[in-house]
Ligand binder design. Structure first.
Ligand code: PLP
Length: 372
């Protein structure tokens, strides 16, 4: 058996006629950048999400950058964020000229430890950027209280949490703005780079749209200098087609995660993901914590099962932050956890036979180990 970590081809083949039609429609109308198809997607995405405004962008990294620039974050400011994420969440803070201030993760959920946030806030702090990693929403009731108390902008990185929920509210709707990525492997994935911003704040939506379009809302009237970050029509129309299936696909992920957990939880060397109470985890990633990780990874590879790490090196320990001289004592939880984590394949089209093979292989690895 040869399983893909995310099998994009399998999904394409199941939806070939719809996707091909979506692409050729755009080509027939030559509506390549922003325009009609991006607007249609914005309308449908914001409606389905329950947000007042959606601004499409070129990718999820830009979405974060555009939000922060439009909030006026810049040199001298600090933005408190989590130490365990994809580089985009700290990279874009630095790109505004502000400084990312990292917070360790909590013991259970791999998201920002809400109890440590306040100790990092000072008079330079302008915003809190939280990341709903793996599809698991952060403890947003407490985090929103902290943001309100200190008068901070609350920004949510939803690149991995499309349609996740906490306490009945969707990820991205707790703060001033939610940032989305539609990178092909994401839960809602384009056929190239694409991103979006959602917000209920009209003036922020306008600022974002202007900044993303060279600082202009009306052609040739550049009120500020901006950037070029727009969604192309082909991506927009593919995403609009895929939007019809996102709820079904999310439920499928949740179902697969349930099966994994029910079958893996009896293995003493494996810790399955813990779902935060009152939340809907959309399982962009199914991550376990394991013993003898490297041996297990190699064993699974021989069985045709790819695995990966989210993430092998926590942000503060990446070479680009060497100058900050962080040590394991600064972020002890993520430091320890990062040696045990392992992400196994999850995508809506994963077959039962593949799931069986993955579970059986993990079981047999530890059975053999205990006999050896
Ligand atoms: C994918 C991702 C991004 C960036 O998205 P791109 O569209 O690839 O730029 C940002 N944050 C997180 C947590 C992500 O997983």
């Amino acid at each position: 058996m040869n399983i893909q970590f995310v099998d994009l081809k399998r999904q394409y083949l199941l939806h070939k006629s719809g996707i091909d039609r979506a692409i050729s429609e755009v080509i027939n109308e030559t509506a390549f950048i922003s325009g009609k198809y991006a607007s249609k997607f914005e309308e449908e995405f914001s409606q389905l999400y329950g947000a007042n405004y959606c601004v499409t962008t070129a990718n999820g990294t830009d979405s974060l950058y555009i939000i922060m620039k439009s909030l006026g974050i810049g040199p001298g400011d600090e933005v408190v964020t989590v130490c365990n994420s994809w580089i985009s969440s700290s990279e874009t803070i630095s790109q505004t000229g502000a400084t990312p201030i990292f917070v360790d993760i909590d013991q259970n959920y791999f998201s920002i430890d809400e109890n440590q946030i306040e100790s990092k806030i000072n008079n330079k702090t302008k915003a809190l950027l939280v990341v709903h990693l793996h599809g698991q929403v952060c403890q947003m009731d407490l985090i929103k209280k902290i943001a309100d108390k200190h008068n901070l902008h609350l920004v949510e990185d939803c690149a991995q949490s499309h349609f996740s929920e906490f306490s009945g509210t969707k990820a991205g709707l707790f703060g001033i703005a939610g940032s989305f990525s539609f990178y092909p492997g994401k839960n809602l994935g384009a056929y190239g780079d694409a991103g979006a911003i959602i917000t209920n704040n009209e003036s922020l939506a306008l600022e974002c749209r202007r900044f993303a379009n060279h600082g202009s809302l009306v052609k040739h009237n550049h009120v500020i200098e901006g950037i070029n970050s727009r969604m192309d029509g082909i991506q927009a129309n593919i995403l609009k087609y895929k939007l019809k299936y996102i709820e079904e696909w999310t439920e499928k992920r949740i179902e697969i995660a349930k099966q994994y957990t029910s079958r893996l939880k009896s293995i003493p060397q494996v810790q399955c993901p813990i779902i935060r109470p009152k939340s809907k985890h959309s399982f962009h990633v199914y991550q376990i914590e394991v013993e003898k990780r490297q041996d297990l990874q190699e064993f699974l590879k021989l069985k045709g099962i790819p695995t990966t790490l989210h993430y092998p090196t926590p942000l503060p320990f990446l070479p680009c932050y060497n100058h900050l001289k962080y040590t394991s004592y600064d972020f002890p939880v993520v430091f320890e956890k990062s040696t045990k984590i392992l992400s196994i394949p999850i995508f809506p089209e994963l077959k039962n036979s593949e799931l069986d093979h993955i579970v059986n292989s993990i079981e047999s690895f530890y059975e053999r180990k205990s006999k050896a």
